[in-house]
Design a protein around this ligand. Structure first.
Ligand SMILES: *Cc1c(COP(=O)(O)O)cnc(C)c1O
Length: 503
């Protein structure tokens, strides 16, 4: 493993591990060193205490680091190189769609005409930005087949909340609120949270052995107390719910509505539309499917799309087109209200707009096809080596488990850690919860066959080493600055601030 057999590791996937030593600025400090040089004074030097009241003067900070400009520049540049990102190496993080984001999108978002446009600028002077948002809504309507789109929510989870609030408001408007929401047991954790926040009791419905919603079970739990179902299509196992039309029909017949989590849109965009599957409300993750850098906790966007019946409840303001001008409509008495400052994360919306415009209809479809092809390429090459909890074709992501390695004692977490020594970001692990020891791989459309081959080779080598030398896995990864962390200690006794050694 690791340092012992670097010669057998695939070449060309970038740096292996993280190699720079880096001390804290406090430790690099040298008394009297400065990062600035000022011209000599041409006015009398006065003691600050003689001109400012004591309360305005900052106390001396003990051991405050003193460094030169070069010390500081090198320190932060080296730290920036510790970042793992999609721009450094392969990042096959299932469910999150960590795909490469063309730089042109960032450049357009940085145009001063957009980036300097204050969100409080009056409507007549904001026509360009309003038109852009309006057009993006139209693009998303076309892609999803929904009747209306609101760009406001800041993330998928907030889109879910908006959607569930609208379902709640719809039932309320009919004068009969309902109590429960149905959720497949493969759902992302944000789904039950969003339902519960709206006051609904969450009823989990077990998936069948193929990973699909069981129609008989659904039929048996769907009644007039159920406000609706929250499902994901393709589901979190990377499979298309083939009975989607029957599912939505069963729910509609008993007066419920259907929410679809659109986080997996990369797998179906340009091929089929949520609006044609009986979905009433859904969200898009612009920071997954529509090319916004994510993973660093930066801003995202989770627009919601709805069918006609839910339009009156959309968050305010709604961007409307009147003749040739655009305006923000707040006069909507049935609206669930405002969700986000101003109109959402405009810079993110701009990136999605440019991305969709540059791909076009054909490009969107091709991106989807490539994403599915890449996932199935990996799946078919690894299926003899790793156990597949839900075998068969997948869409944009594929799932394996550690079951075949059971006798070696090497577990999913060990496989994930070992991949770091190959310079590959670990895939999503132990999700979805219904697949025991899951490792969820989503290569995305942007990776080349060469990268996929290196990944497959690494995964095969890991399986081989697990049989030959299972002990070595306990220390993996060995190449990075920080190797295996004690995750229990980290959670129980987190070190949240730096204390000088002499304290
Ligand atoms: C990422 C994700 C979400 C939540 O979206 P955020 O933008 O992270 O809030 C919901 N469902 C699924 C399946 C996801 O992958």
């Amino acid at each position: 493993m690791g340092a012992n057999n670097t010669s057998t590791q695939p070449k060309g996937i970038g740096t292996k591990g993280l190699i720079f030593e880096e001390s804290l600025l406090f430790e690099l400090s040298s008394h009297g060193r400065k990062a600035y040089s000022l011209p000599s004074l041409d006015v009398p030097d006065v003691d600050i205490k003689s001109i400012l009241p004591q309360a305005e003067i900052r106390d001396e900070i003990k051991d405050f680091p003193e460094l030169s400009e070069l010390d500081v520049v090198r320190h932060y540049t080296r730290l920036s190189q510790w970042n793992f990102s999609i721009e450094t190496n392969f990042y096959p993080l299932g469910s999150c769609t960590m795909k490469y984001n063309p730089k042109i999108n960032d450049q357009m978002a940085q145009l001063p005409q957009f980036s300097q446009h204050h969100p409080a600028t009056p409507e007549p002077l904001s026509q360009g930005s309003l038109e852009l948002m309006h057009d993006l809504q139209e693009f998303l309507k076309e892609i999803s087949g929904m009747d209306s789109v609101c760009l406001q929510p800041a993330a998928g989870a907030q889109g879910e909340l908006a959607g569930m609030l609208m379902i709640h408001a719809w039932h309320q408007s009919k004068g009969a609120q309902r109590k429960k929401v149905l959720l497949p047991d493969s759902a992302h954790g944000t789904n039950p949270a969003s339902s519960a926040l709206c006051g609904y009791q969450v009823i989990s419905i077990p998936s069948n052995s193929n990973g699909f919603i069981d129609l008989e079970v659904l039929e048996s739990v769907m009644d007039e107390e159920v406000a609706g179902i929250m499902l994901t299509n393709p589901n979190t196992l990377g499979k298309f719910e083939k009975d989607i039309l029957q599912i939505t029909d069963i729910v509609h017949k008993k007066g419920g509505l259907v929410y679809c989590d659109g986080a997996n849109l990369n797998a179906i965009m340009g091929m089929t539309k949520m609006g044609e599957m009986g979905i009433d409300v859904m969200h898009f993750n612009l920071h997954k499917t529509f090319s916004t850098p994510h993973g660093g906790g930066g801003p995202g966007a989770g627009p919601v799309g709805v069918k006609k019946i839910l339009e009156p409840f959309l968050p305010v303001p709604v961007i409307e087109k009147k003749d040739t001008s655009f305006h923000l409509n707040y006069e909507r008495p049935q609206s669930i209200g405002k969700l986000k400052a101003f109109y959402g994360n405009f810079g993110i919306l701009l990136r999605a707009y440019v991305y969709i415009l540059s791909l076009g209809k054909k490009g969107i479809k091709q991106a989807c096809q490539m994403a599915v092809l890449n996932a199935n390429y990996i799946r078919s090459h690894l299926e003899g080596t790793y156990h597949q909890p839900y075998p068969g074709d997948s869409l944009h992501e594929c799932i394996f488990s550690d079951k075949n390695l059971q006798s070696t004692g090497v577990k999913t977490l060990d496989i994930a850690k070992a991949l770091i020594d190959y310079g590959i970001h670990p895939p999503t692990v132990y999700f979805p919860l219904i697949a025991k020891g899951a490792i969820m791989i989503e290569p995305t459309e942007t990776e080349s066959k060469e990268t996929l081959d290196l990944f497959i080779k690494a995964m095969k080598e890991i399986a081989e080493n697990a049989t030959k030398d299972p002990e070595s896995f306990h220390n993996a990864p060995t190449m990075p600055k920080v190797s295996r962390l004690d995750e229990t200690q980290a959670a129980r006794k987190p070190v949240l601030r730096w204390l000088p050694a002499n304290n």
